[in-house]
Ligand binder design. Sequence first.
Ligand code: AMP
Ligand code: MG
Length: 487
Amino acid sequence: MKALDELTFDNRFARLGDAFSTHVLPEPLDEPRLVVASDAAMALLDLDPTVAETPVFAELFGGHKLWAEAEPRAMVYSGHQFGSYNPQLGDGRGLLLGEVYNAAGEHWDLHLKGAGQTPYSRMGDGRAVLRSSIREFLASEALHALGIPSSRALCVIGSSTPVWREKQERGAMVLRLARSHIRFGHFEYFYYTKKPEQQAELAEHVLNLHYPECREQPEPYLAMFREIVERNAELIAKWQAYGFCHGVMNTDNMSILGITFDFGPFAFLDDFDAHFICNHSDHEGRYSFSNQVPIGQWNLSALAQALTPFISVDALKEALGLYLPLYQAHYLDLMRRRLGLTTAEDDDQKLVERLLKLMQNSGVDYTLFFRRLGDESAALAVTRLRDDFVDRAGFDAWAELYKARVEREGDGTEEQRRARMHAVNPLYILRNYLAQNAITAAESGDYSEVRRLHEVLSKPFEEQAGMEQYAQRPPDWGKHLEISCSS
Ligand code: AMP
Ligand code: MG
């Protein structure tokens, strides 16, 4: 276990030089204080979790102090936002403080979000508010606990610094951890600004650090692109299987490592709704829940375009062609498991689609349905769940198919079924109303609810005594919360 001053830095991205990022110092927050920290994320840096409570922790992650070896840099990138190319984005309010490596030899980027203005701030103030910082913290750690690749969050630091959004709020910072903060938009930036040398340097950097096994392949860049396609197909399959809606799938928010990245007005589905739009400024529904699948491919095509200096168009097209079949295979595999199935049959896809349609028409809670389905034998569970469906006849017909399907593969004992299904069907997810309750308390200075919710969500598959209220459907006020897009 390390103390805060024992972190070891190796700032590989900073060494790429000024064409890739700009040196900027964090702008400190007034009266920085710890809101919440993640012990699991601290462990990635070998940090002793008790250091989170020390004043120097809030000073470091509130922008007052820096390690001598840190090299804070704002990265430059661009990207396609809602389908249109924006030639210059970049870290407008976040800084890559440096890269730290742990005892296992893993490097982790330390990125401080809400750290003040940079050359890429455009009209923005460089700040992040407490509300959105808490949401990012909770979501990153909750996704990780669900087994969904994500950037991680070490802590949220609150403050008394006023920040103007629709009203006056308070500034906060999140310390984000990821193995890399390189986005699709980094490649797009060097492609569209016609800087082939820097683009090649970036590609070498990513290949050497993050896809070294692709070096062994006859065409390393192509192998790397294929790997990025595969990882994104798998990531989006997980989002769809668990009801996560990202909300702002612009190419500057897409990670070259295939992790969930840059949290905005995201939401987990409460009731199943394929057409759900969590981002209120997304009037066309470009990033609706079901559109995440084709948008994943669209974004990969944008990356492919930026890689045309290195890889032939035919090879890129072929690699892009892997996306949909891979997505479908992963998705179906996850949904079979969610249904408690251990074998594959040809009609499983239809079984899933039919169920989702029934859930959609009746507004059935997506998470609780699967959890309850695993509570008891298939026959008993469907009898109990039937009441949630408006179209009883439709549900009965599905239930007959499901029971027969379960019978064909043999279900083991009821205990085995329950253990198998509960291990993949969470009881607790980050519902918007739960986040909102925690935020409301935190805004009045009480951080206990954020901390409790974080704890509960760190073991989403385990029933936790006394935590029943976190497994409830939303109350009426919490059903269609408008999550502000300003953050
Ligand atoms: P996002 O929608 O959060 O992914 O941000 C898109 C771009 O706007 C990125 O370049 C951000 O750094 C930048 N940005 C977002 N909010 C602010 C802010 N308050 N101040 C400066 N830049 C911002
Ligand atoms: Mg972003």
